[in-house]
Design a protein around this ligand. Structure first.
Ligand code: SF4
Length: 422
């Protein structure tokens, strides 16, 4: 069993308070960075660690910091993306509510490394408790001299604020987040320029996910080399896997990156409820392509899942058993994306709407065999969407049509959902 790293504090009483965090060695890594390392040293250590962003895209964190550090425009901003809003993704919430100082410490180290003067934690509107906990934690950090002017007697200054989203999933996309932070409608910007050069107020802005930042104090305290030896060589470190659906023990599991999906479902999450048969798994959140029960012996990391034709995304694992209707599950996921499409570009706005209409009529037993080709054709068009939401929103539909074609056709043949009682 791997030592708990990201979840090392969460079971302690009052783990959200600064006293508990300090008693476990909290802010030691920040002090080390500030007093013993140059900003370049910190960037280098994070590069050595091999840390890749845990929000979904998996971009190397050290490289992102290097780009931001090299830009001389002032002021620079450091933003934490806490807009965790995808169905079945609830890993960042654990850190926000149970270990907020790990996140703040990670931001402080990142801001020092990149020369950022101001920071924002952009938290989803549906996390009001998390917002209160973060505001309290920030107030504590100011009281103890970890935030503000001339921190710990140095010339490093950093002010940090919490900004609450208004309920739009698209604001988890970094440029839409920045638009929203500026008080505008949350819609993605064209890239390039990338936020590291032209982000908030068109100034250099680093945007990192909550879980990504929670890794940073560990890397600085124990070293990038130590970190790089955990889990997959191409994609190291501990990873939080939220597991939901038809498993006996749903929850958030911390395991080394690259842990096989089969092990997570059958050992850690206890297997399938009532010992039924596993039918399908969405391994990387609501927009990942489905895997069948024969495909689950795959390491849970970015390259392995890409090779398997799907993606790691946020690492949220959604499990379906033999009693679940694949068409209905796909319809529910696609309805979410239709609701959350910002409407800016045609392939996503129209594509998600048409997918929902077609999936619904198949699920109701009113579809035809030709509908399956139409689903695949719409999916292909959606690849040309403006941002990642539209580019990935069709994955559940396209992948389930390909891998569970017989089940779709059974709906057509019977004129009803075979999983509903007649
Ligand atoms: S892909 Fe969807 S969410 Fe992204 S810009 Fe287009 S309409 Fe908006």
């Amino acid at each position: 069993m791997m030592e708990k790293l990201l979840l090392r504090n969460v079971d302690k009483e009052n783990s959200h308070t600064i006293d508990v965090y300090l008693s476990g060695g909290g802010y030691r890594a920040f002090k080390k960075a500030l007093k013993e390392m140059t900003p370049d040293d910190v960037v280098e250590e994070v590069k050595i660690s091999g840390l890749r962003g845990r929000g979904g895209a998996g971009f190397p964190t050290g490289m992102k910091w290097e780009f931001a550090a090299a830009d001389v425009k002032e002021p620079k901003f450091f933003v934490c993306n806490a807009d965790e809003g995808e169905p079945c993704t609830f890993k960042d919430r654990v850190i926000i509510e149970k270990d907020p100082h790990a996140l703040i410490e990670g931001m402080l180290i990142g801001a020092y490394a990149t020369g950022c003067r101001y920071g924002y934690i952009y938290i989803r509107g549906e996390y009001p408790i998390g917002r209160k906990i973060l505001e309290r934690a920030i107030a504590e950090a100011y009281e103890r001299g970890f935030l503000g002017e001339n921190i710990l007697g140095t010339d490093f200054s950093f002010d940090l604020y919490v900004h609450s989203g208004a309920g739009a999933y698209i604001c988890g996309e970094e440029t839409a987040l920045i638009e929203s932070l500026e008080g505008k409608r949350g819609e993605p910007r064209i890239k390039p320029p990338f936020p590291v050069n032209a982000g908030y107020l068109w100034k250099p802005t680093v945007v990192n996910n909550v879980e990504t930042l929670a890794n940073v104090p560990l890397i600085i305290e124990r070293g990038g080399k130590w970190y790089s030896q955990i889990g997959s060589p191409d994609c190291p470190g501990p990873k939080l896997f939220p597991v939901s659906g038809k498993v006996k023990r749903p929850g958030v599991y911390e395991l080394p990156m690259g842990t096989p999906l089969e092990e997570i479902i059958f050992e850690h999450a206890g297997g399938i409820v009532k010992d039924r048969k596993l039918k399908a798994v969405f391994p990387g959140g609501a927009s990942s392509s489905v895997l069948t029960s024969e495909e689950i012996n795959v390491p849970m990391d970015f390259p392995s899942l890409a090779k398997a034709g799907t993606m790691l995304g946020s690492g949220a694992i959604m499990v379906l058993d033999e009693t679940d209707c694949i068409v209905k599950a796909t319809l529910r996921l696609t309805e979410f994306f239709r609701h959350e499409s910002c409407g800016k570009c045609t392939p996503c706005r129209e594509g998600t709407d048409w997918l929902v209409r077609i999936l619904r009529r198949i699920e109701e037993g009113k579809g035809s065999e030709d509908d399956l080709d139409v689903i695949l054709s719409i999916s292909e068009t959606m690849e040309n969407s403006f941002c990642g939401l539209g580019m990935a929103a069709h994955n559940p539909a396209a992948s389930t049509v390909r891998k569970f074609k017989d089940e779709y056709l059974l709906h057509v043949k019977l004129g009803r959902c075979p999983f509903r009682s007649v």
